[in-house]
Design a protein. Structure first.
Lengths: 209, 459
């Protein structure tokens, strides 16, 4: 996984609340291999492109100043709905490395961490303020510093955010989580032995074929 | 209850309040096949194939005789069969009468039992919480992590108890209850929480009804939703072929009866609803929180103070092709879908059949049972004949028109009365307009061609 440390990049504001992952990537693209070169086109596909594949000019990512955005500043409950990790893959394929919002869909939130995308939760008024600045100055940049846990706005305002120590470390180092967990083999084996004594019924019997 | 199950499954403590949580059950479907590929590429194997179970539901077609829409989907389903075969994982595949929607067959097979942790690469995994299990949906990377380690790094969510009390009005069921709950707390109301549903209304529900409620927890933002196990739960579980038997059953039962929350248990948030205030409910917008009683009217964005909310409502109404102030009852519908992991079980089909019986569908209406076994059971009761005689289409088991990825979608602009769980833009097909409702209400829409208060038909 690509580590995340500090990023200064153009940010795009998305004002709509409850943006679901079906909107981020429609279901018909889910079977596509995430390594195909056109994967970034699947991002927000049905609101970004018209029926003929032409760009919808009102969609911000189709406007020159926002095209190079690598940060999304969203509204409440961004990434709600389906567990599809492809929503994060599509954002990452486009180049997005951080999503800032007052709240995020729980599964989307977790999926971000697994793909080197930093989810940042800030108070609703702070996020609304960031979106206002980004609308007022299209193409303005934000700086997200994971080590310092700060977002620096176009107006130089600096906002501190919370992130779990565990997730922070994993993102800063880009460590393979499965590899880390496999290092807990002794603990898992001990747990399984105890679990097999205390909750033996939790392993389903194999019905006779 | 949540705390008890959580504490029993902590393998190790990590930094920042994260724990390594043990997973008792991992359910797989053909949409999660990619994780098998990545696992193999890293030279890893499934640690506990005996705790992993698979089926094909998302991409499989539900029209008789043609399991997949194209060769690419065929290859996905085949790949799941190959991987599960290699790793010796029980697979309820195409042709197996037990095949069905993963959240229907887990409980049906007795794989879902109280007190366990259960995960699946699907957001509607909270369904299994209806049995007093801690069940939640995970992403593809987490699927691979569970395959390799049988654990997940998790941070403990906050807890919320939603109590619903009193008798339901005739014509109102579990789907109306959960839609009313989501409308009350909002699509993001449960973010970061595990919900426990409680109260006399919930306790009076069958397991099918309880599953409908827990199923849509994610639509209120909560990854997990659960209901304390009781005699209703135990009677359902006992019938499952993979449920504990003999001495194991007795030990399990002793454990399960200790699971319910202590009367003094504290929750981070409490919400209370009165059942008698809930009417047959339908959605008008593009978020499950956009739900109102069928007796209501399409809301007017102009009456909303918050600018962001006003704009999103206006956008939803434009997509849905609805006029503010129009009565919901009477809105013309083009198509009906009765099915999905929310509403495809026997109770659901029975309640739809009661409305369909002796009437005639005036628009295309599909009935998609949740599993092959439910289909058989419904046929044994004669429900299929009721539906077919009423002009409904009786289909094979699968996710069908709920997910929009198997070739079964509504057309651009079509208005669908649907028992599924999501009315998002494009969910049932590009440009399709979804109204969520109960199976009885969907059947009522089928026979009138309009959104209809089912109570006017059954009175």
């Amino acid at each position: 996984m690509e580590p995340f440390q500090r990023l200064t990049a153009v940010a795009v504001p998305i004002d709509l609340s409850n943006v679901d992952t079906d909107r981020v990537i429609p279901a018909r693209f889910l079977r596509r291999d995430r390594d195909v070169p056109e994967y970034s086109r699947f991002l927000f596909h049905d609101v970004r492109f018209d029926a003929d594949g032409g760009e919808r000019p009102e969609f911000l990512l189709n406007q020159a100043p926002y095209r190079t955005a690598r940060i999304v500043v969203a509204a409440e409950n961004f990434g709600c709905g389906s567990s599809r990790e492809a929503a994060v893959w599509a954002l990452a394929a486009y180049g997005v490395r951080a999503v800032i919002a007052p709240s995020l869909g729980d599964i989307f939130h977790q999926n971000c961490f697994k793909n080197g995308v930093l989810p940042v939760i800030l108070p609703a008024d702070v996020v609304a303020g960031l979106r206002r600045q980004l609308h007022a100055r299209p193409g303005a940049t934000l700086t997200v510093d994971l080590q310092a846990q700060t977002v620096t706005a176009p107006d130089e305002g600096r906002h501190r955010f919370e992130v779990d120590a565990f997730r922070k470390e994993m993102l800063l180092t880009g460590r393979d989580e499965i590899g880390l967990t496999l290092g807990f083999e002794r603990e898992v084996a001990e747990f399984e032995a105890r679990h097999a004594r205390e909750m033996a019924w939790a392993v389903p019997p194999r019905p006779r074929a | 209850m949540f705390e008890k199950i959580w504490a029993r499954h902590v393998v190790a403590e990590g930094p920042g309040g994260h724990v390594l949580l043990y997973i008792d059950r991992h359910l797989l479907h053909e949409g999660t096949t990619a994780a098998f590929g990545r696992l193999a590429k890293s030279g890893r194997r499934v640690r506990r194939p005996d705790l992993s179970f698979a089926t094909a539901d998302h991409y499989v077609r539900t029209s008789p005789g043609s399991p997949t829409a194209d060769a690419e989907i065929g290859a996905m389903v085949e790949s799941l069969g190959r991987h599960t075969g290699e790793q010796r994982i029980v697979y309820f595949g195409v042709g197996d009468p037990r095949r069905g929607i993963v959240h229907v067959i887990g409980p049906e097979q007795g794989l879902t039992v109280p007190g366990i942790t259960l995960v699946c690469g699907d957001s509607h995994t909270a369904t299994h919480g209806a049995f007093g299990a801690l069940a939640f949906g995970i992403g593809s990377s987490e699927v691979e992590h569970v395959m390799a380690t049988q654990t997940l790094w998790q941070k403990k969510p906050r807890t919320m108890r939603i109590s619903v009390d009193g008798p339901l009005v005739p014509g109102v069921g579990a789907k109306d209850v959960i839609l009313a709950i989501i409308a009350e707390i909002g699509a993001g109301g449960g973010v970061g929480h595990a919900i426990e549903y409680a109260g006399s209304t919930i306790r009076a529900m069958s397991m099918d009804g309880r599953m409908t409620v827990c199923n849509m927890s994610i639509e209120a933002g909560a990854r997990a939703g659960m209901i304390a196990p009781d005699e209703t739960t135990f009677a359902y579980v006992a019938a499952g072929p993979f449920a504990p038997k003999g001495d194991a059953w007795r030990l399990a039962l002793a454990h399960w009866t200790m699971l319910p929350s202590d009367p003094a248990a504290a929750f981070d948030r409490e919400v209370e609803l009165t059942a008698s205030a809930i009417a047959p409910t339908v959605t008008w917008g593009t978020s499950p929180q956009d739900a109102l009683p069928i007796t209501g009217r399409v809301p007017d964005p102009a009456e909303v103070g918050d600018a962001g909310r006003r704009e999103s409502m206006a956008r939803a109404l434009a997509y849905m092709g609805l006029r503010p102030g129009a009565p919901l009852d009477g809105i013309p519908v083009d198509r009906v879908f009765i099915g999905s992991c929310t509403n495809s079980r026997l109770d659901d089909l029975r309640s739809a059949a009661r409305v369909a019986a002796g009437r005639r569908a005036v628009i295309p209406a599909w009935i998609v049972p949740g599993s092959g076994l439910i289909k058989r059971a419904a046929e044994a009761e004669g429900l299929d004949r009721v539906f077919v005689e009423a002009g409904f289409e009786w289909r094979e088991a699968g996710c069908s028109m709920c997910v929009g990825m198997n070739g079964e979608t509504a057309r651009d602009g079509e208005r669908v009365a649907s028992t599924s769980n999501r009315n998002f833009e494009g969910r049932q097909g590009k440009g399709a307009r979804t109204h969520l409702m109960s199976p009885a209400m969907a059947a009522a829409a089928a026979v009138t061609g309009r959104l209809t208060d089912v109570r006017t038909l059954t009175a």
